[in-house]
Design a protein around this ligand. Structure first.
Ligand SMILES: Nc1ncnc2c1ncn2[C@@H]1O[C@H](COP(=O)(O)OP(=O)(O)O)[C@@H](O)[C@H]1O
Ligand SMILES: [Mg+2]
Length: 261
């Protein structure tokens, strides 16, 4: 089995003819956890939406390959089937489909016909993972995200991650709105996933999640591109000193993608 790989080269993305991602390079391999950090409005969520194929986001230049295949040649459901997982900053609510139904069909969508997960095994796995994530069993039978609090949605995203076992996951603001206990639980789930067959990109505004998950690489995003990369110590410096020193170092006045021509 080959190691999962997501390779982004010189990616440019526009929304309504306004360029948001301006030449972004990033490569994630199995076994690696990367973090993209950056102030608000620097294009982080646009990156994840573009990779997942949101129709509003127009890719104007660059290449993205997932396990060597052109990602943008794949239909959105093919991307998920091939093992790309995206947790959105704002997960949507789906009425009429229970969490358990959703999970089971998502797992089976990635399997060959005749190789579907058995109901027994599914339930056993679901119980085990919900226990690890300290989730009440009732969540299995509620409609997907409907009436879930912000924190419950985030926990549920991690449950999906653990059940679906994708090759590469992109987690956008998985830590936002979590209290410290929920944050630890989310980190526990992601740490549990760590293995050579799984690569992860954590997109976050804050350093605090990275107190519980040690990333292999940390990238800072400003003005729609990665302006600095380093190891876990970079996240610690951002926690202590904020983003201003990077802006000074690089001569950036406005870090958002909005203003400059
Ligand atoms: N769907 C959209 N329609 C219009 N503008 C958008 C849309 N999504 C993002 N933008 C704009 O793109 C810029 C970057 O936003 P975003 O990628 O959400 O940044 P971040 O996640 O880093 O806070 C912002 O100026 C935002 O208003
Ligand atoms: Mg965002």
């Amino acid at each position: 089995m080959s190691t999962p790989n997501l390779k982004i080269e010189n990616l440019r993305v526009s929304i309504d003819d306004k360029e948001i991602i301006k030449g972004l390079n990033l490569e994630i391999n199995g076994g690696e956890i990367h973090a993209i950090m950056g102030p608000n409005g620097t294009g982080k969520s646009t990156l994840s939406s573009a990779l997942m194929g949101h129709p509003k986001y127009e890719v104007t230049d660059g290449n993205v390959t997932f396990d060597g295949e052109d990602l943008f040649e794949m239909e959105v459901d093919e991307r998920a089937k091939a093992g790309l997982f995206l947790a959105m900053q704002y997960p949507s609510e789906v009425s009429g489909i229970t969490n358990a139904d959703f999970l089971r069909s998502a797992i089976n969508a990635r399997r060959e016909e005749g190789q579907e997960i058995s109901l027994m095994k599914f339930i056993r796995e679901l119980d085990k993972k919900m226990e690890l994530l300290e989730m009440d069993n009732a969540f299995a039978h509620r409609y997907l995200n409907e009436g879930f609090s912000g924190g419950e949605k985030k926990r549920n995203e991690i449950l999906q991650l653990m059940m679906i076992e994708p090759k590469i996951a992109i987690l956008d603001e998985i830590d936002s709105g979590l209290d410290i206990d929920a944050l630890k639980v989310v980190a526990k789930g992601i740490n549990e996933m760590r293995n050579p067959e799984f690569g992860c990109l954590i997109i976050t505004h804050y350093q605090r999640l990275l107190n519980y998950i040690t990333p292999d690489k940390v990238h800072v995003m400003m003005q729609g591109r990665i302006v600095k990369s380093g190891g876990p110590e970079l996240a610690q410096r951002l926690e202590a000193e904020g983003y201003d020193w990077i802006k000074e170092e690089l001569g950036i006045e406005d870090e958002t993608v909005g203003q400059e021509a």
